[in-house]
Design a protein around this ligand. Sequence first.
Ligand code: ADP
Ligand code: MG
Length: 364
Amino acid sequence: MNEFDFIRRLSDQTSSRKHSARVLAGIGDDAAVLGGLADRNTVITTDLLVEGIDFYRDATPPRLLGHKALAISLSDIAAMGARPLWSLLTIGLPADIWATNFKEEFYEGYFVLADKYGVTLVGGDLSEVKGEIVIDSIVMGEVAAGSATWRSSASPGDQIFVTGTLGGAAAGLKLIEMGARLGPDGLSSLPAPSKRGAGTEPGAVATGSLAETQTSELKAIEALLHRQLQPQPRVGWGLVLSQERLATAMIDISDGLSSDLAHLCEASNAGALIQSALIPIDHDVITMCGRRALDPLMLALNGGEDFELLFTVHPDNVGRLPKRVDGVELSHIGEVTCEPFAVRIAEKDRVWDLQPQGFSHFKE
Ligand code: ADP
Ligand code: MG
């Protein structure tokens, strides 16, 4: 199949879907033409995924890579409180990968998630590359004029919340680095044997018979690989928070809570005090870490790619927050303070500076 056959097929797959919100020209012309509305602001984001840096080819089933490429951009749109509508997806593939089923499976995963949120593929580009796979995902969405949620508008006294749980994606990455793999029917390879006893935290080891423990450990490993490879963007939460004008500021957790909270505080010229005991650590992380001498709190604070939403709420509005949206709960983790850039964490009766230790490219 050549480039043009493939684009034609993508165009057919797109036009057979129902949700073409105001697409006046989609795939097939020189550029997409989208109908705008006077009372909405357009929100647009792009994300680059590079093999070997952002994902490992041998550890990422193509279907999940297609999902993730879209999911991470949907998460940025969610963090602005916007509704995602349109997507552009550009892929650079080596010739040997082009010749396999990679592209079919990749777009299969992509379209399942696009359909879930009514997002229409309106264009993209395609190129052969000589080295690593490269993917660029652009998503455009809309928000009622003037109601996008910035990073920069948190005020001292606002309460800090986070959706879902943290640390799972980073634990999944650790498991991949230890050799764990997901196949089409679940786990296809286990991580290298755990070092039982070596630095293991007492109490974190699951009790019960060996058989039960093994099953629960396998389930935890599989769930954590999914957290890393198939992140779920919190689009529903983002919409509720902006439509109800509940969030004063918001960011998605892509680099890690410690880094993304620092970004929000820096943009808002404020500080934060969070409570270590209130951090919603993914319970599968606790199961996995207990057996592998890793610290669950450190993964939850510094691990990236959970794609949960971190946001602040004026104290008067805390009572109006829904308990859950799309089955995803909320945790109240702390408060915005007035000392600029001072991000702190309280653990029992001690208070520490929380250093931003999440992911960053070109680290020195
Ligand atoms: P040009 O060479 O002028 O950039 P292309 O042949 O690359 O034109 O693109 C023609 C049309 O096909 C455009 O509408 C473009 O958005 C679409 N297209 C190309 N590649 C992809 C892709 N990977 N996914 C979706 N649409 C694509
Ligand atoms: Mg082109």
